[in-house]
Write a protein that binds this ligand. Structure first.
Ligand code: PEP
Ligand code: MG
Length: 909
């Protein structure tokens, strides 16, 4: 232990324009701690304090409380003394007390996921000292009751015991309000606050069996340990898993002198952004409250005011408030306190230029002095992210590569999702207006509780306000609507972070959780009723409103163009229909990496012919049915080739087990028997015959084409004839015919022989030719291992990572849903390997397959067409493996294009 103690610094100080750390030390100091250090070092007025490193959190998990306290005691004591000397106050002092805050801070921001304690260091004597020093008894007792409430909840576990239970401290306050016939917390008298403190402590004693701790040092150690514990709390674990953050990152603890925004009308607190987090517009904006503490702004109990005059005017317009009323009752900080605004405006400018990114800052004004509590790169919507990156580039603050790296690929998703159909919107009925907290369109059925969000396929979570416990439900719901809270309320911040449409602060809504009703004027809505939210305007709309596909334009198009300048690995799409192919082309797909031909067989007119083919007992019978299918397939292929205008198109021959196509319901079986003039029993027998124990490992892939060669013949004919027809119309396409599920060289050879023979026959019939390739999927582990041999025959490889993952892990794709979520929850797996390529295992087969294939054929074209082809970390992996292209669903094409550029840029850094 002694040795460990010698080895490293565990506590880093900041304040008074100096700091031990800096913003590059996020892993060690957490994002918040690193930024506090950096701000202090560049001369921003931050309240002095210190950060206990994330490594200590890990030590805490390993060694336990007592040993960790011994490890850091000396450094913490000296650092508290340092704050005391800077603030001119003393911790626990009766005359001139120092009060502190204790906050979590992981290396990435996890809003509201972990715990915070404010006003720490308070007890029955200190409260008197604070009252005297500030000459504000009301404020001192209010701070005391807030402290017991927070410390009780966070450190002593005084929380509601169930969903229907009310917070034990809130219950006491409600009781007193009722007794005193008052509505608001601000109406409590000093005597009320003193009674509350007494009753709170009494409740703690009753529930925990211990007195509330009065020694400030006991309080401090308790809070530090509680922050470490909150890293492993349910909310934090859920958030970590959702984002794939590992448990061993740990959280830092930031201990800092308290400054007060609730010391009267010359004090206040607020949150601000250097640019608009919703739209990306380059306007300084934010909200503040006079005579309030930080949590009052986010809790949404009081409606905050705007920081700038421009923001205030815009807000008033939305809220339909007259200019005079606005100026009188809701003035901006710019109008109310011009010198403070001027100073704040200077700092926001310095900070954005320093970090070269949009900043999200928190500040407090204590008795006329401005303190900046924190700054961080602001969370933003996908649209804002793109606009800010392109604007910063145009303003010369960052270069092209930096602009591309500033955009989080998955966030583009938000720009690719439906918006309301303007025509449907014209006919819709707006029932109320809220704040446009997170843009987008959402339509769904009302639910009032987060844990009920999954009740409907499309749900809208309607709450008075949300809290961190609601995160999971917010994630599931299509949209979020709250009656209270501003643009920086919990609901708004979280929704923007997860790219969900959200309207907050819709004051006209009257929500009753007990009756599960939402009243607006004389209209009443119930659980299960449809409503729609326009997160861009704040309109709340009655009923279901049709949505529309978005377009790639403006800054988004500019970004994509820039991405293509740097991107090296090509991006194709998986598309089965001409419509999908067109969507993908509009999103910039450079070809098709996979057309699953089976999907074409499920449509009404085709499924019948397909079933006849499957049920036929003779080759002749099968050929007859296939002849019916031929023109339909040919037409589909022509449509796809046309949509792709000469770009490469890979078409895969029939892959799934045949039993997927046969009817399993009696009525359909009867219909089929009649159509085919055979007995119902014959149909039933065939269905039973096709039944397999492990269909995914059964009669599918090239095993079909090799047992029923006529299927391969028909599909080849459809492909080649379609290409020849297009050639006649002046469109040249070079089809890539792909054989699925190959595991041996002979399997491939046998299929290739059929394809080439059929193609040659058509060339002779038509006296015309086209070029084409015959390649294979690499999706059976054996194929990856013998890739050098397969490459002697195959023209190209395409990794089918869905099957490759299934067969490498031995996890059935169809059944993994039963255990994968539990594996992820327990940490047995970090992420779902069907979503993110398992680089450690499956990745080895991909690398090996590529290397061996290219050892035989150095220019072998290699790509990927499994679902991973649009997942950012997997795309980067494919690039680093040396693949020529990735192929993904149309809506992920822009994401893959951006990652393609980012991956290439990263290798040059
Ligand atoms: C694959 O296995 O990765 C693949 C693309 O094929 P499918 O998902 O159709 O089996
Ligand atoms: Mg497959």
């Amino acid at each position: 232990m002694e040795l460990l103690k010698e080895l490293k610094t565990r506590v880093y100080r900041f304040g008074n324009k100096t700091a031990d750390g800096n913003s590059k030390m996020k892993n060690l100091l957490g994002g918040k701690g690193a930024n506090l250090a950096e701000m202090s070092a560049i001369g921003i007025p931050v309240p002095p304090g210190f950060t206990i490193t994330t490594e200590v959190c890990t030590e805490y998990n390993e060694l336990g409380k007592e040993s960790v306290i011994e490890l850091i005691r000396e450094e913490v004591e000296q650092s508290v003394a340092n704050i005391e000397s800077q603030m001119g106050t003393a911790f626990g002092d009766k005359e001139n007390p120092l009060l502190i805050s204790v906050r979590s801070g992981a290396r990435v921001s996890m809003p509201g996921m972990m715990d915070t304690v404010l006003n720490l260091g308070m007890n029955d004597e200190v409260v008197l000292g604070l009252a005297k020093r500030t000459n504000n008894e009301q404020f001192a007792w209010d701070s005391y009751r807030r402290f017991i409430q927070m410390y009780g909840g966070v450190v002593l576990g005084m929380k509601p015991e169930s969903k229907d239970d009310i917070d034990p401290f809130e219950e006491i306050m409600e009781h007193l309000k009722h007794k005193r016939d008052i509505q608001l917390d601000t109406e409590f008298t000093i005597q009320d606050l003193q009674d509350l403190v007494y009753d709170f402590k009494d409740a703690v004693k009753k529930r925990t069996g211990h007195d509330f701790p009065t020694d400030p040092w006991d309080q401090l150690w308790g809070a530090i340990m509680a922050v470490f514990n909150s890293w492993n709390g349910d909310r934090a674990v859920y958030y970590r898993n959702m984002n794939g953050y590992p448990a061993d990152w740990g959280t830092a603890v930031n201990v800092q002198a308290m400054v007060y925004g609730n010391m009267g009308d010359n004090s206040g607190t607020g949150v601000c952004f250097t640019r608009d987090a919703g739209t990306g517009e380059n306007v300084f904006n934010g909200e503040y409250l006079i005579n309030a503490q930080g949590e009052d702004v986010v809790a949404g109990v009081r409606t905050p005011q705007q920081i700038t005059k421009l923001g205030s005017k815009r807000w008033a317009e939305l809220a339909k408030i007259e200019e005079e009323d606005r100026r009188e009752n809701y003035p901006s900080l710019e109008e109310l306190k011009p010198p403070i605004f001027k100073e704040l405006n200077e700092y926001q400018d310095i900070l954005e230029k320093h970090y070269r990114d949009m900043q999200d800052m928190e500040f407090t004004i204590q008795d006329g002095k401005l303190w900046i509590l924190q700054t961080r790169n602001g969370k933003r919507t996908g649209a804002a992210m793109v606009k800010i990156a392109m604007d910063l580039l145009k303003e010369g603050m960052i270069n092209e590569k930096e602009a591309l790296l500033l955009v989080e690929p998955n966030k583009l998703d938000e720009l690719l999702h439906p918006i309301f159909d303007p025509n449907a919107l014209k006919r819709s009925n707006i029932i109320a207006q809220g704040l446009p907290a997170s843009p987008g369109a959402a339509t769904g059925k009302i639910v009032f509780f987060a844990d009920e969000a999954k009740k409907y396929k499309h749900s809208i979570l309607v709450r008075i306000e949300t809290s961190p416990e609601d995160l999971e439900g917010m994630n599931i719901a299509k949209g979020i609507l709250t009656a209270r809270g501003g643009m920086t309320s919990h609901a708004a911040v979280v929704a923007r972070g997860i790219g969900k449409c959200c309207i907050s602060g819709a004051g006209a809504l009257n929500i009753n959780y007990k009756t599960r009703t939402l009243k607006v004027g004389d209209q009443e809505f119930h659980d299960g009723d449809w409503i729609s939210l326009n997160g861009t305007t704040g309109n709340i709309i009655e009923g279901k409103v049709a949505t529309m596909e978005p377009e790639l334009s403006g800054e988004f198009a500019e970004l994509m163009k820039l991405a293509d300048k740097y991107g090296e690995i090509k991006v194709r799409t998986n598309a089965d229909t001409p419509k999908d192919a067109k969507v993908a082309r509009n999103f910039g797909a450079q070809g098709i990496g996979l057309t699953r031909t089976e999907h074409m067989f499920f449509e009404m007119d085709r499924i019948k012919a397909m079933r006849e083919m499957i049920l036929a007992n003779t080759v002749k019978g099968r050929k007859h049915a296939l002849e019916e299918l031929l023109p339909m397939q040919r037409e589909d292929f022509e449509g796809i080739f046309e949509a792709m205008q000469g770009h490469s198109v890979t078409i895969r021959l029939l892959d799934p087990p045949l039993h997927e196509f046969v009817p399993h319901q009696l009525a359909t079986q009867k219909e089929l028997a009649e159509d085919m003039h055979i007995s119902l029993q014959a149909v039933k027998n065939k269905v039973a015959e096709l039944e397999e124990f492990n269909p995914m490992l059964g009669h599918r892939g090239c095993r079909l084409g090799n047992t029923y060669p006529e299927i391969t013949e028909m599909q080849t004919r459809a492909i080649i004839e379609a290409a020849l027809n297009l050639k006649e119309r002046g469109i040249i396409c070079k089809p890539e015919i792909m054989i699925p599920l190959v595991g041996t060289v002979k399997e491939f050879e046998a299929q290739e022989e059929i394809v080439r023979r059929t193609a040659n026959a058509i060339f002779e019939e038509r006296n015309d030719k086209i070029e084409y390739l015959v390649g294979t999927m690499i999706e059976v582990p054996r194929a990856a291992l013998i890739a050098d041999l397969i490459a002697e025959k195959a023209d190209f490889f395409s990794f089918g990572t869905n099957d490759l993952t299934q067969m490498t892990f031995g996890y059935s794709r169809d059944d993994a849903g039963k255990f994968l979520p539990i594996y992820i929850e327990k940490g047995i797996l970090k992420v779902d390997p069907f979503e993110v390529i398992d680089q450690e295992g499956v990745g080895q087969l991909i690398k090996l397959g590529t290397q061996r294939g290219r050892a035989t054929k150095p220019n072998l074209k290699v790509g990927i067409c499994g679902e991973h082809g649009g997942e950012p970390s997997s795309v980067e992996f494919c690039y680093n493996t040396g693949m020529d292209y990735v192929s993904c669903s149309p809506f992920r094409v822009p994401i893959a294009r951006l990652v393609s550029a980012q991956a290439a840029i990263k290798t040059t850094m």
